[in-house]
Design a protein around this ligand. Structure first.
Ligand code: IFM
Length: 457
């Protein structure tokens, strides 16, 4: 195995990340109500193999074992999300103490092991009862989310200081309401724009609420920007395709959250769909509430070109009907995603420029078809190589002047990979879904070695 020798600044945080629906299981315990993912995963044809998160990694019952694993790996921090349907089963109104108590026990366990909890308030498991009221298409969702945030931060804010409002709002808007691959599975670019707007409004409405309940809070949002590349020999139509895709993937969130405005051209490009009446006075100033850091999840770049001579584009991202996504270039991960440390560095540099904030890489990792070998170990050299390449890119970005404060491997455990069910494995720890046994993979050991070396400096 190639050795990894780069060094990182003092105080750099090494962590791993998960999300509630992907690992917890216990879908109907202690008062949890169904989320849109319970509904979606039970809808035939939506999730590979008909998999659901009913049991997942059973983390709800095995969290103590999982904390011990994190401690063995030497993690400084653990990023997890809170399930809204556990905390407020009806979406709005009465708080369910038993649901909050689970997260309280988890936080206490982490702190006992010297592991910093980094909490995301929304990682896609909207209570189904709120979707029944329009979900993110309902402007009231901003208030619903702020009230839910108050309940969680009020209960955990004495022990948790690192708060993230939303995970990857691109996925909970574009992927969920335009592309339809995620819950609630709609296919309407206009709805996606409205959902994105309301998600950002919810984020901005919650920021002061979090600060009120936890005055020392470091407040952030996690975005999933992607470097967009066009053909090397492209013309101005391809350059326009890059611009449009970049707006729909990146500018749609960088603009309102960090610049108080939608990105140049976006409103014109989408004028065919809507008069944008959902954008009301004051919304952009709410959305651009000051933050303390930015979380960046990044896995792969995006390649596009312009549609040619009446060619039909199937691209459903708003403003992108003339944009064709082109094939990723090898090497590819098991998700078919291009492995490009260079694009990782570029997007970290861009994220810092756009936000003017310290950056945490809140997710990065790769899926491979791992199995437990006869020697009882999980040998995953591809994941080790992906890890090395992307940590090199992080070190390069830091050398280029980007203030990067930490890296969270996605994921601590193999887990429910949304529409792919349990087919794709992202963990640095293998999970046997029959026995729920955990086995640290070679990549987990290598990550632990890198962390130990950093700590010993
Ligand atoms: O599993 C997801 C996670 O929930 C959000 N970011 C990307 C990961 C890999 O697809």
């Amino acid at each position: 195995m190639a050795t990894f020798t780069r060094t990182f600044p003092d105080g750099f945080i090494w962590g791993a990340a998960t999300a509630s629906y992907q690992i917890e299981g216990a879908h109907d315990e202690d008062g949890r109500s169904p989320s849109i993912w319970d509904t979606f995963s039970r809808t035939p044809g939506k999730v590979l193999g008909g998999d659901t998160g009913d049991v997942a990694c059973d983390h709800y019952h095995r969290y103590a074992e999982d904390i011990a694993l994190m401690s063995d790996l030497g993690l400084d921090a653990y990023r997890f999300s809170v399930a809204w349907p556990r905390v407020i089963p009806t979406g709005t109104g009465a708080v369910n103490r038993a649901g909050l108590d689970f997260y309280s026990r988890l936080v206490d366990g982490l702190l006992e092991h010297g592991i910093r909890p980094v909490v995301t308030l929304y990682h896609w498991d909207l209570p189904q009862s709120l979707d029944d009221r329009g979900g993110w298409l309902n402007r009231e969702s901003a208030r619903w989310f702020a009230d839910y945030s108050a309940a969680v931060v009020g209960a955990l804010g004495d022990r948790v200081s690192h708060w993230t409002t939303l995970n990857e709002p691109w996925c909970s808007s574009i992927l969920s309401y335009a592309i339809g691959a995620h819950a609630p599975g709609h296919q309407d670019p206009l709805e996606a724009m409205v959902a994105a707007h309301h998600l950002m409004l919810a984020h901005g409405t919650a920021v002061p609420v979090i600060r009120e309940h936890c005055p020392d809070a470091e407040v952030s949002i996690t975005l999933n920007p992607s470097q967009v590349w066009g053909p090397e020999d492209g013309d101005e139509r391809d350059a326009d395709a890059v611009r449009r895709a970049d707006n729909a993937l990146n500018g749609l969130f960088f603009g309102p959250i960090f610049h108080g405005a939608y990105p140049d051209g976006f409103l014109d490009d989408t004028a065919r769909l809507t008069d944008h009446a959902f954008i009301r006075n004051g919304d952009l100033s709410t959305m651009s509430a000051p933050l303390d850091n930015l979380g960046v999840n990044n896995y792969f770049p995006t390649r596009v070109r312009a549609a040619r001579n009446g060619e039909e584009s199937t691209n459903r991202m708003p403003g992108c009907s003339s944009v064709v996504e082109t094939d990723p270039r090898p090497p590819l991960t098991d998700m078919g995603w291009e492995m490009s440390p260079e694009s990782h560095r570029l997007i970290l540099e861009r994220s810092a420029r756009e936000s003017g904030l310290p950056i945490y890489i809140t997710e990065n990792g790769s899926a491979w078809p791992d199995t437990v070998s006869e020697d009882g170990e999980v040998h995953d050299p591809e994941r080790v190589s992906y890890l090395h390449g992307h940590l090199e890119a992080v070190a390069d970005a830091i050398e280029n002047g980007v203030d990067i404060r930490g890296y969270f491997a996605w994921s601590l455990l193999d887990n429910f990979e949304w529409a792919y069910g349990y087919e794709k494995r992202f963990g640095i720890v293998h999970v046997d879904y029959d026995t729920l046994e955990r086995t640290v993979k070679d990549s987990g050991r290598e990550y632990a070695r890198i962390i130990a070396e950093h700590h010993s400096r």
